[in-house]
Write a protein that binds this ligand. Sequence first.
Ligand code: ADP
Ligand code: ZN
Length: 611
Amino acid sequence: MNKKTQFSIGYFLFIFIIMSLIHTLFFQGARYQRIPYNEFRAMLKEGDVERVDIRGDRLQGILKRRDADGAQRFFETAKVADPELIKLLEGAGVTFQGQFEPPWLVQVFTSWVLPLGILFAIYAFVLRRMGPGQGVMAFGKNKAKIFAEKEVGVRFEDVAGVDEAKAELAEVVDYLKNPDRYLRLGGKIPRGVLLVGPPGCGKTLMAKAVAGEAGVFFFSISGSEFVEMFVGLGAARVRDLFEQAMEKAPCIVFVDELDALGKARGVGNIAGGHDEREQTLNQLLVEMDGFDTRKGVIIMAATNRPEILDPALLRPGRFDRQVLVDKPDLSGRRHILEVHTKVLVLGPDVNIERLAEMTPGLSGADLANLANEAALLAARHDRDAVMMADFEEAFERVAAGLEKRSRVMTNEERRRVAYHELGHAMVAELVGTADPVQKVSIIPRGLAALGYTLQRPTEDRYLLSKKELEDRIAVLLAGRAAEEVVFEEVSTGAQNDLQRATDMARSMVTEYGMSERFGPHAMGGTPRSLFLGGGNGASHLDISEATQREVDEEVEKILDGASARATEILRERRDDLEALTARLLEQETIGGDELRTALGVAEAREGDSAL
Ligand code: ADP
Ligand code: ZN
């Protein structure tokens, strides 16, 4: 049993106990002491009884003798068919009378409806105190977890260093401001925009800025919160969210941590409880498909793990636009620092440029933290202004906390990483069919990757030709090839590339029947799953050792061929490689368009042009 159901059972048990308590206290008459009928008769004969009420199923009465402290004593006994009762009562001189039974409707009302009403009133009262806008009817809807903001104070100028993202989102702002113009021209309007990037780089801030710029309502909710809810409530909440959004359209609906909700089905949910998540996800998909874009509701979502998202979420008409909100490069960091030091009183020696140079790998949130920390230190030192020394001290503190996350590269390492990444990027652009490069970066991303090259898939690809697969393998091996061309030796940095290239080549041979040696012949078994991290090279094929060896040879042939092609391309364009590496080392990032201009190639894009 999981937490949610335990909680709800406890909840109902609690209500039940309270109800029973109220019942016994007020309606069962606890003050009546129950006695057997014969005892009652005995007391009657003794003349102890002062008065008796005859009810439908019982006799209730008062004794003559009082308590020690002078209180009346009540008793009751079950009524039995006793023909002598009236005579006995008369004989004992007892006042007695029958009682009108209230109609059952009244009984039900007084014993159940009334206490329930009282309870509900208390509940509503508590709810009201928990948050504004949470009326009684919001019961089971949401407990202040959908945040709606009318006037968002954030503007694009508050989000620094993510100019490409801003440029892409400017369109969305424009649409929210002038939906009519777009509709008149019959333009297609985006529904879902997925903000992708590491934590703390301003995804939430960006979404808010879009709402702020457009002057529309901003609804936000976090994907991880759905998952902690009662079963069924997540879906209800999604429905409610969209209902509210429709009322306030045009507006932005922002779903933070989409991956918590939208994990691909069947990935990493061995422990139960995913039904709820799936239900909620389905509801989100239903709402996204169902709502009318003309109303001007745009859904933005954030994730730092786009690769684990359910592909259904990324289909056209859903989150089909992805905007990268990445870690800032040198100039980005300078801008972010400028934004966050604007409110501070800075000493004359503070050099933002130098601070930006000092802080590669820090996210926007880290930099905001740095500025704040510096201000606190200055205050502690009783200064009139925040000095450079404060920033340096603050940086040491912040950096100490970060050391585990991303280590600082030496210059030699940076150079190597730059060549390596440009190798990937250049071959991707020059090889023929690979996806266009979105960005090359040597900003450390985390423990695993020292730099990275992002490629934007032109369209959903389910079918790849042999040539396309070979091109992809060449791109994967190009990092290593570049190191070889320049340094005449390779480093350990290419390990992951090599693994992926090998996996791909092996699939070509054993699954897709693309080798000359084996021809169209699948060897069964899927040696690895796409999602489970690409296996460790071990395959579970039931083929003989000799065949296995031949498979290895075929794989090797594919890899060698691809590597040779990558090397050839890079040798041929050695001058470009050097020039671009110098530029990358200086700027830390190179955008896809910049790269293509430098290489003199045009971007071949198909599916990405429409808004
Ligand atoms: P994310 O949603 O990507 O995890 P947030 O948008 O919540 O990151 O960023 C957290 C905080 O870090 C922001 O409120 C802001 O103060 C600061 N920050 C992050 N990125 C930037 C940026 N690009 N420009 C200015 N401030 C930023
Ligand atoms: Zn690589």
